[in-house]
Structure formats: C-alpha cells, structure tokens
Design a protein around this ligand. Structure first.
Ligand SMILES: *Cc1c(COP(=O)(O)O)cnc(C)c1O
Length: 409
C-alpha cells in the first residue's frame, strides 16, 4: 500500500469494531473483569486485556497501531503530549551519571527538558549535529543516547540520520529522532537507521490543532543487552519489544502522562488526511520561500528546499515528497518583525506548528525567551526572526497576505 492508501486501511481492524471504519472512543477510566482469576492474569501479564486507562485503553491501542505502521516500527506508546513522549523515551534509558548528546538546535521544550535533567544527575552535551566530528567528540563512555530532530525547529537544519545512526552504532548507543516537523510523509527515521522515533502528534498528525498528544515508536532493532543498560537485563525476554515493555512497566505508567481516549480518536481522524495536508502545506512553503527569495532577498528566507539552504544536500538524501512546511525570515529588526506580524490578516499569531491554518510567531520574544543570546543564535533564533508554519490554504492568498504586510512598511 502506498502512503495515502495505508493511512486509511493499514492498521484498521474492522473485525474488532463490528465493521465501523473508525474505532470507538472507549471513554472509560477502568475495565470490568469476568473473574478474579482473569484480573490476576491481566495484572500478571499472562493474558491480554485492559484494567485502567493510565496503563492502557483500546482507543489508545488503535492509535498506537496506526502510528507503528506509519513509522514502520514494532510498537508505539502514546502520551498526553509530545514532551511526555520525549520524557518517556529518554527516562526509559538514562540514569543518574549518564550523558546525552543532543542537537543544539532542538525544539525549545526538549532543550529545557534536557536542562531540567541536570538536577537528576543527567548531563546533556549540545552539539552542531550537522558536524560529524563534533558529534563523535561529544560522545563519551557515559553517553547513553543521541537525540536530534529530522528538521530542527526553528533552525530548519535537516539531520543526516544515516550518519548519526552510524556514529550511534559505533558506540553501541541508540539514536532517538524527533520526527514532528517532518512526519512520516517526509521521512521514516527508523528506515534510515534511527532506533526510536518520537512525534508530537499535537502538530501535523492531529492537523486541526484540536488536541495535545505525543507518541514514541520503537524500531525493535537496538540491542539492549549491554553493560551500558543494566536496567534492561530483566526485559531481555521481551526481545524486540524490550524497550516498550520496560517503558510500559515503568515511566509511561508511573509518571502518568497517559493520552486521553478522545484525543486518540481525534488523532486517528487527523491521520486520514496527513498525506494530503502535508503535500499542500509543503507546496505552500516552497511557493512562499521561492517568492520571498525572489522578491525580498534582503529578508534571508530560510527553507530546507531552497538551493542555498545550509543542509540542502542532506535534505535531498533524507527527505522525500518535499522539504517541510516551515520557513523563517529575518525582518531586519524586532520592531519590524512585530509590525509585519501585526499587519497580517490571514495568518494566525499562534505558538504552534502543523495546524491546517498558517501560523506565525516571533520566537525570540516567546519560545526562546529563557535562552541566553548564545543559546538563541546556536539554535538559529535571531532577534529579527519570524517563523511561519504554512497551512493548507491557497498559496496565492498567503503570499498576498505577506506581501501587503511587508509593503506597508
Ligand atoms: C511541539 C513539539 C514538541 C512538543 O510537543 P507537545 O505536544 O507540545 O508537548 C516536541 N518536538 C517538536 C519538534 C515540536 O514541534
């Protein structure tokens, strides 16, 4: 099955839903059992079944199955947010004294999380992940994982996932890729050598900005039987499911960031049109980027698909179907950036990406507020920078909106 067909047919088991094409919303906190014995068997992992929605729920399972197929992994765990999914992925691996090597251009929330982890004795080295030597130098005996984003936000640098996977493999550590800004429509990180992929499904998967959620998917390929990962020893019997078995028996269950069944349902509806929306949004972004570089070269538009983009070659190898739906431009000053934002009539001034609507933000005064000037520049946030997340409107209307806002001053 090709991409759009699979979104509508792959992972949908109509026998389980009495023929309904959409799975029901199991809006239930807990589940009844036929006998005490059955209850004991489910709790003892000797029988399949559900007990309590924080631990598992059929609506979540239906969503997880679709994501596992979409990312070509072996199992997925859904969470209440993208940050909860990233926290789960990372905490399932690291312990006090361990280190993480991560991109310096990470999404702000993830950057802040890695800084929070310092108080638990987990240190993160932030590096330019486009520089292989820098990544190799940063990896030490204590490093337990490498973390990067397919398309950095808002640096818009495309990670060379096969190269990072090579470095990770050479050191016997897993590569985790945040695929939020690309989605499986543009890249399947597990197919490119990553071990675990995380997605904030609040963005393109949901598509309508109607629910916060996240999910992680394990490729089942990493060998956890290593002295570096002693906590995994008792999960070896789960073989390719060892990662998610440990997670479900640990931080996914115990931190309590479970996805609401209704939000899983909203995401399943969103998934149906992921391919169509991504195509339109990526086409819009390319059209706007080309228009900007032609009509307003002084605005230094940054878009991974433009000939001069810093990671254009990598993007050509790692991405398919397009170059993403986010672009940035530099207004010249913070004042002009604000003035342009305020004159826009169509684009929404919203802190989000991946909505069907086009959204604009000034990251320097919002997303990167807590960063030092050095941290901001390292992650590609300049004081005059505007980030636009293209939606699925007609490109001509969006370009007209930006044109009138730029011409007014
Ligand atoms: C939004 C986002 C997150 C966090 O997701 P939430 O659902 O908001 O918690 C993580 N990574 C990237 C790249 C994002 O854009």
């Amino acid at each position: 099955m090709r991409f759009n067909t699979a979104l509508l047919h792959d992972g949908a088991d109509l026998n389980e839903t009495h023929g309904a094409t959409l799975p029901p919303v199991y809006q239930a906190s807990a589940f009844h059992h036929a006998s005490a014995e059955e209850m004991a068997a489910i709790f003892g992992h000797r029988a399949p079944g559900y007990s309590y929605t924080r631990v598992g729920n059929p609506s979540l399972a239906a969503f997880e199955t679709r994501i596992t197929r979409l990312e070509n992994g072996v199992s997925s765990v859904a969470f209440s947010s993208g940050m909860a999914a990233i926290s789960g992925a990372v905490l399932n691996i690291v312990a006090a004294g361990d280190e993480i090597v991560a991109s310096r251009g990470l999404y702000g929330g993830t950057y802040y999380l890695f800084k929070d982890l310092r108080s638990l004795g987990i240190a993160t080295k932030f590096v330019d992940i486009t520089d292989r030597a820098a990544v190799e130098t940063a990896v030490s005996e204590k490093t337990r994982l490498i973390f990067a984003e397919t398309i950095g936000n808002p640096s818009l640098e495309v990670a060379d996932i096969p190269m990072l996977a090579e470095v990770a493999k050479a050191h016997g550590i897993p590569l985790i890729i945040d695929n939020t800004a690309a989605t499986a429509y543009l890249a399947r990180p597990l197919d490119l050598g990553a071990d675990i992929v995380v997605n904030s499904t609040s963005k393109y998967v949901n598509g309508s900005g109607s629910a916060i959620s996240g999910v992680l998917t394990d490729g089942g390929t990493f060998n956890w039987r290593s002295p570096k990962y002693p906590e995994f020893a008792s999960y070896a019997k789960y073989r390719k499911f060892a990662f998610t078995a440990k997670l479900r028996n640990g931080f996914a269950r115990d931190l309590g960031g479970c996805l609401a069944p209704m939000n899983a349902f909203l995401n399943i509806i969103g998934l149906e049109t992921l391919g169509l929306r991504m195509k339109q949004a990526c086409d819009n972004a390319l059209a706007m980027a080309e228009w900007l570089s032609r009509e307003h070269p002084e605005l230094q538009v940054n878009y991974p698909g433009l000939p001069g983009a810093r990671t254009r070659d990598t993007a050509g190898r790692v991405l398919r179907n397009g170059f993403g739906a986010i672009l940035t431009l530099r207004a010249g000053s913070r004042e002009r950036a604000f003035a342009i934002m305020n004159r826009l009539r169509l684009m929404y001034r919203i802190s989000n990406i991946g909505d069907s609507r086009t959204l604009i933000i000034h990251p320097g005064s919002t997303l990167a507020l807590e960063n030092t000037p050095e941290e901001r520049e390292g992650s590609g946030v300049y004081d005059d920078l505007l980030r636009i997340s293209l939606g699925i409107e007609d490109a001509a209307d969006l370009i007209e909106d930006l044109r009138q806002a730029l011409e007014a001053g």
